[in-house]
Design a protein around this ligand. Structure first.
Ligand code: SF4
Length: 63
């Protein structure tokens, strides 16, 4: 089953995840990151995991 990820309200909009994996994460109008892709293609899973690991407030949940 494809993985997906969500960004919680804890996001402080630092942009780290967007620079690590810009195919999946973008800042929205509220200055918070969101998953713009939905399901994560297998070749982007590593990038999403890396972004989650580097988020300073642990706002990214991969499931
Ligand atoms: S790395 Fe974390 S805090 Fe920074 S924009 Fe992404 S989700 Fe938000």
């Amino acid at each position: 089953m494809a993985k997906t990820c969500t960004v919680s309200d804890a996001c402080i909009g630092c942009g780290m995840c967007c620079s690590i994996c810009d195919a999946v994460f973008a800042l929205n109008d509220e200055g918070r990151a969101e998953n713009v892709l939905g399901d994560i293609p297998a070749d982007l899973e590593a990038g999403v995991e890396e972004a989650a690991a580097n988020c300073p407030v642990q706002a990214i949940e991969v499931k």
